[in-house]
Write a protein that binds this ligand. Structure first.
Ligand SMILES: CC(C)(COP(=O)(O)OP(=O)(O)OC[C@H]1O[C@@H](n2cnc3c(N)ncnc32)[C@H](O)[C@@H]1OP(=O)(O)O)[C@@H](O)C(=O)NCCC(=O)NCCS
Length: 171
């Protein structure tokens, strides 16, 4: 397993999303989620929200022509909690380490922003995402019954808490 802070997959660049990324983000969203997918307007509303980290992963497009958006993540940072609200990678670019790199960057940003816990919800049957999160130390701390539609399914609530230096030490 690549360690947290590992080098990005070849050519990959993460940067804050801009309005010009929304078409590509919405295309990936539509093929990634059925519940229903977030709308363009929903993504657009995140761009100027100071509580939100909306990051895109870009990689050189096949056959040249500059960089293309190949994945994204959305995270809320409120007080000392963070919530990873969305993460997806273009189907043609999965299993290249892009999702893990986006997740690592979200975890690092959450910690840098003072979060003591990072939460997310995941479909119980989402084997790929559960393996990704489990590999980064997320643990199930709850279940939301029939949380998802299309098809109806429970969500697992996962939480990551960074190890705290000196926890329990007598000072
Ligand atoms: C989940 C998702 C973001 C993973 O992105 P990715 O770029 O393909 O993931 P990575 O290549 O970084 O894989 C990291 C680890 O995740 C796990 N993983 C990823 N895809 C997997 C799959 N299809 N089956 C099992 N494990 C998988 C593996 O542990 C993998 O590590 P490994 O390649 O060393 O075995 C991607 O599958 C996706 O966009 N799915 C649709 C949207 C979605 O479900 N988002 C999460 C919502 S909670």
């Amino acid at each position: 397993m690549a360690g947290v802070g590992a080098a990005p997959p070849a050519g990959l660049l993460l940067r804050p999303a801009t309005a010009s990324d929304l078409d590509a983000v919405v295309l990936i969203e539509r093929v990634s989620f059925s519940d229903p997918p977030w709308s363009r307007r929903s993504f657009a509303s995140l761009l100027d929200d100071p509580r939100v980290r909306f990051t895109v992963a870009c990689a050189p497009a096949a056959g040249g022509g500059g960089n293309a958006v190949v994945g994204y993540m959305v995270m809320w940072l409120v007080a000392d909690e963070a919530e990873l609200a969305n993460l997806a990678v273009a189907p043609a670019r999965r299993r290249e380490g892009i999702g893990r790199y986006l997740l690592d960057s979200a975890m690092a940003e959450a910690l840098a922003g003072g979060a003591k816990s990072l939460y997310l919800e995941v479909r119980e049957s989402n084997v790929a995402a559960r393996a990704l999160y489990g590999g980064r130390g997320f643990l199930a701390v709850g279940r939301r019954s029939a949380y998802y539609r299309n098809p109806t399914e429970d969500a697992l609530l996962l939480r990551y808490r960074p190890p705290q230096v000196g926890r329990g030490a007598v000072s």
